[in-house]
Design a protein around this ligand. Structure first.
Ligand code: PDD
Length: 286
């Protein structure tokens, strides 16, 4: 059975899905996206992702073509038509197709392009990697200055992922002005003593939806949280390190640039947060 995807109101087999070569998303990366996890056929933190979608669209003055209810119905339809138990939904909204290439934005009434598709990942929450932990290497952060907007300009993160793989690592941590910003597609944390340290929100990082939920749950569990940047050396010297994202949830990091973190095995704080996060998210999934 071919995957059924969503394109501008239609549900189509993936091979029939078509977008214009003039679409701003294609020629200018003039588009934003969201990735929402699906566990047991239900959407994880759907509301959080829609709030950020709207924030990204607003920041770029792209109109939001659908209501929250319409996105919800569409996501559920995709989950159902593709028989997804565990996996992800990818949603992308572009500024649309002006019919030609031009640096200036097209008139506001140009219809936005909306596409979405599912990725099936059976056993997504039971990842062997979470039991082993990731190794990461550090690289300079060469992305643009508005990383808080979730755009599809993903070439540098993609290059960084390839550079990490070439060194036998699982991911890269990006560094700017001596401090770690983010992973290629996740927010970063270290644990020192009883404190969880993660970079503060600004234009320099994506405001992770998983980050928001994990920090809220950590505080509810009486854990101490400090929002500030940290250096690679501080991270290498930490008791634990981990990352968060919609697809990796809470993922321990056990090695940074060849240096083992703590005992070199996933730490108890990361393991506990992963458990609390997954329990709560499954409980409130819709
Ligand atoms: N990436 N930082 C960056 C640069 C990201 O691309 C992501 C997510 C995050 C974590 O955000 P959230 O918790 O809302 O997923 C942080 C998604 C998963 C992706 O591109 O596939």
């Amino acid at each position: 059975m071919s995957r059924i995807v969503y394109v501008n109101g239609d549900y189509l087999p993936e091979e029939d899905a078509k977008i214009s070569i003039f679409d701003r998303g294609f020629v200018m990366a003039d588009s934003v996206y969201e990735v929402v996890s699906v566990l047991d056929g239900k959407l994880i933190d759907f509301d959080g992702h829609l709030v950020r979608l709207s924030r990204s669209l607003d920041a770029l003055e792209i109109g939001n073509p659908l209501s929250d209810d319409a996105y919800l119905a569409m996501f559920r339809e995709l989950v159902s038509r593709n028989d997804i138990t565990d996996g992800m939904i990818y949603l992308q909204v572009t500024r649309g197709n002006p019919g030609d290439r031009d640096f200036a934005y097209p008139p506001a009434e140009t219809p936005q392009t909306v596409v979405a598709f599912t990725q099936s990942k059976p056993g997504l929450a039971d990842s062997p990697a979470a039991r082993k932990g990731w190794s990461v290497v550090t690289l300079p952060d060469q992305r643009w200055g508005r990383r808080d907007i979730k755009t599809t300009q993903l070439l540098y993160p993609s290059m960084a992922k390839m550079a990490a793989k070439a060194k036998g690592a699982d991911d890269a941590w990006l560094v700017e002005d001596g401090k770690v910003t983010e992973g290629t597609s996740n927010n970063v944390y270290i644990v020192k003593g009883n404190k969880i340290i993660t970079r503060e929100l600004s234009h320099d990082i994506l405001h992770g939806i998983t980050r928001a939920a994990v920090l809220r749950l950590a505080k509810e569990a009486q854990m101490q949280v400090e929002e500030r940047g940290f250096t690679v050396e501080e991270a290498q010297d930490a008791d634990e390190a981990f990352v968060t994202s919609a697809s990796a949830f809470v993922m321990p990091v056990t090695e940074i640039d060849g240096a083992k973190i703590g005992a070199g095995t996933p730490g108890k704080t990361a393991a506990r947060l992963r458990e609390i996060y997954l329990d709560e998210m499954r409980r409130i999934a819709i």
